[in-house]
Design a protein around this ligand. Structure first.
Ligand code: LLP
Length: 422
């Protein structure tokens, strides 16, 4: 019976309800995973990461031979995840020396790494240079002299750069993750764009190769991506146009994000129409590569009813800050009966704040202490923004594929909470 019920489409590719009626991810029974690895835990369906990486590449290859898909590592800065994308031939976007270290550790060669950041330090520029990064993406006028200084210090060849511009296009997303509007801390606007171009073109240390923009994240409409390219039509034709990321995903079954193929088609055709051929199209997806690959497993610790029914689990805002920060919505399912509705309840975390609510409007079948609860679509910016609030050690990352599971990041230990004490 259970196997006939429909699993929500927001689960990782290949997830299903097995013969026991339990959720299966990467060929592994979610209850077995919870028993073996403990909860909370992030479970990543490794094959899902690979499928989506290939969907992006195939979509580009269908339109142009001159493209690069760059994983925005901030979305899931975990070496094992990044290693998958390195193996799949993607590039890597890093926004700090720390992400750069992770990218190198994951096996990305320097020439496939792009360094971002609106406040890059001298030291970050030095390590980027030492790693031979492909592009330093110039975000503001101030960093130009700083990067020139770094190039002078090592006396090597000029550093290839691109400039990040802010196109003045506002997509429909949460204010905190919208970046395309003119009033933004990111990128160059107005006269600064021309100033930066002149400044870099007159520099012996820098070589201007491209233009970059990123208008925002979790965008569920394609029109703003096209408008953003049209908005920079007056710029000179550069060798490379990097369009950032931004493709939204479905967190709940009602959401309908554009298909990867349509997103790519929109971006490539906009670049071809505005700048013609001979321009490499670079894209930097983060969330769309990782969000739906992952589920978080929790165990119920308490169920109580007052005005509402509160189902409290062993994680929360330390492993998923997104509901708290952006009012983000997720689904919750019982791992033992993943397609069954049930009593309306609030799935809440264990942190000392009333706002630590993971799913405000959950429906769980007869929730009880000990139940394993799953929230799908937690791969994007979940692990990335994990923290140890209330002294909760950070959750492990488990890869599941073909019925085998392995820990790729172990659970943090309590003594690591004071490991940095001096
Ligand atoms: N490129 C640049 C320069 C970016 O700043 C970002 C995301 C991306 C690419 C990838 O964007 P995506 O494809 O993932 O939309 N913590 C927030 C998201 C912050 C996004 C920051 N920049 C969240 O949990 O929703």
């Amino acid at each position: 019976m259970a196997a006939l019920q429909q699993l929500s489409p927001v689960f990782p590719i290949g997830s299903r309800i097995n013969d026991q009626g339990h959720l299966e991810v990467g060929g592994c029974d979610a209850l077995d995973l919870a028993a073996e690895f403990g909860t909370p835990a992030y479970v990543v369906a490794e094959d899902d990461l690979r499928v989506r990486a290939r969907q992006f590449k195939d979509a580009f290859a269908a339109h142009t031979g001159d493209y690069e898909v760059v994983f925005a590592s901030k979305a899931f800065p975990c070496t094992a995840v990044m290693r998958v994308f390195a193996e799949e031939g993607l590039g890597c976007d890093v926004a700090s020396a720390g992400e750069l270290a992770l990218a190198l550790q994951a096996g990305f060669p320097g020439e496939r790494i792009h360094l971002h950041g609106n406040a890059k330090s001298l030291d970050e520029l030095r390590v980027a240079r030492a790693a031979n990064v492909r592009h330093v993406v110039i975000d503001n006028i101030d960093e130009i002299a700083r990067l020139e200084q770094v190039v002078r210090e090592d006396a090597g060849p000029p550093q290839p750069v691109s400039i990040r511009v802010t196109p003045g296009v506002r997509g429909d997303t949460h204010d905190k993750i919208s970046t395309g509007q003119t009033d933004s801390k990111f990128g160059l606007t107005g006269a600064d764009v021309q100033n930066a171009i002149e400044r870099i073109e007159g520099s012996d240390q820098l070589e201007l190769e491209g233009v970059h923009m990123h208008i925002g994240s979790q965008l569920l409409a394609l029109a703003p991506f096209r408008e953003a390219v049209e908005a920079i039509a007056e710029l000179p034709k550069f060798r490379e146009v990097n369009l950032g990321g931004g493709l939204g995903v479905a967190y709940t079954r009602e959401q309908e994000p554009p298909r990867i193929a349509d997103y790519v088609q929109t971006k490539v055709s906009a670049v071809r129409e505005v700048f013609g051929d001979g321009v490499r199209v670079v894209d930097e997806p983060g969330r769309a590569l990782v969000a739906n690959s992952t589920v978080t497993l929790y165990t119920v610790q308490s169920v109580k009813t007052n005005v509402s029914t509160y189902v409290a689990v062993d994680g929360g805002m330390s492993d998923n800050l997104r509901p708290m920060l952006y009012g983000a919505r997720y689904e919750a399912h019982a791992a033992a009966q993943p397609a069954t509705g049930g009593v309306p309840c609030k799935l809440v975390g264990k942190h000392c704040e009333s706002g630590d609510v993971i799913v405000e409007d959950a429906h769980l079948p007869d929730p009880k202490v000990g139940d394993v609860i799953v929230t799908p679509a937690t791969g994007g910016y979940g692990f990335a923004m994990a923290n140890t609030y209330n002294g909760i050690p950070r959750a492990p990352v488990v890869f599941a594929s073909g019925g085998d599971a392995r820990v790729v990041v172990r659970r943090e230990r309590p003594e690591e909470l004071f490991a940095r004490d001096v």
